[in-house]
Write a protein that binds this ligand. Structure first.
Ligand code: 5GP
Length: 212
């Protein structure tokens, strides 16, 4: 697990999405290692619900907890939903090669802590990353054996209804997330697998079949 206490102050200037070199030494194909599964899809598509149901179903899978600079939503717990960091601390972790990947999304930074993923994969456990599109392709570039799974909404209208229904975002944020969603949908074909979240239980079942 990341030692957040070791994080030092630093500036956040010129942050851009990029992969770190931290996993370069890891062999891509090793039968003893767990499999890495990257789940993406537009904000509001229901990735979080699908992933938490999947975690109830499968005890051979570990979920990576990301770091983010966005504020916690009501009910979100630090260390469980995310590690909620300041931009300064996030930048320090980038500088310390603490992330497998990181990206800027809707004005906030998100990143996958390296240590947990590496520990689980080495122990033979499958790992799920629930991350946005830029980060997913960074992971694939670094670890070509990773399986990229795209969760798609039944329609863009339905996606907007779900984001509005969540009731946690301002109108500006909803608009920004819908703009980002349209860009993300254009990259669906580059994923290894697409799963439509029309009905939660059947989508979870299809997702579970992808994790072998
Ligand atoms: P939210 O703010 O709604 O929790 O997440 C916004 C987006 O950031 C979602 O698409 C989510 O999958 C993505 N995300 C969460 N953690 C990470 C991460 O560690 N890296 C990247 N690249 N994206 C992430």
């Amino acid at each position: 697990m990341l030692d957040m206490a070791d994080v030092m102050d630093a500036s956040t200037d010129n942050c851009k999405a990029q992969a770190t070199g931290a996993l370069d030494a890891v062999p891509a194909a090793d039968a003893k290692r767990g499999g890495l599964y990257v789940i993406s899809g537009p904000s509001g598509v229901g990735k979080g619900t699908l992933v938490s149901k999947l975690m109830e179903l499968r005890d051979d899978v570990a979920l990576s907890v990301s770091a983010t600079t966005r504020s916690p939503r009501p009910g979100e717990v630090d260390g469980k939903n995310y590690f909620f960091l300041t931009k300064e601390k996030f930048k320090d972790l980038i500088d310390a090669d603490g992330f497998i990947e990181w990206a800027e999304y809707a004005g906030n930074f998100y990143g996958t802590p390296l240590d947990f993923v590496e520990e689980q994969l080495s122990a033979g456990t499958n790992v799920i990353l629930e991350i946005e599109v830029q980060g997913a392709f960074q992971v694939k570039e670094k670890l070509p054996d990773a399986t990229l799974i795209f969760i798609e909404p039944p329609s863009m209208d339905e996606l907007e209804r779900r984001i509005i229904g969540r009731g946690t975002e301002s109108e500006d944020v909803i608009e920004s997330r819908m703009r980002t969603a349209r860009v993300e949908m254009e990259r669906k074909m580059e994923y290894d697998i697409a799963v439509m979240n029309d009905d939660v239980d059947s989508a979870v079942a299809r997702l579970s079949e992808c994790i072998v």
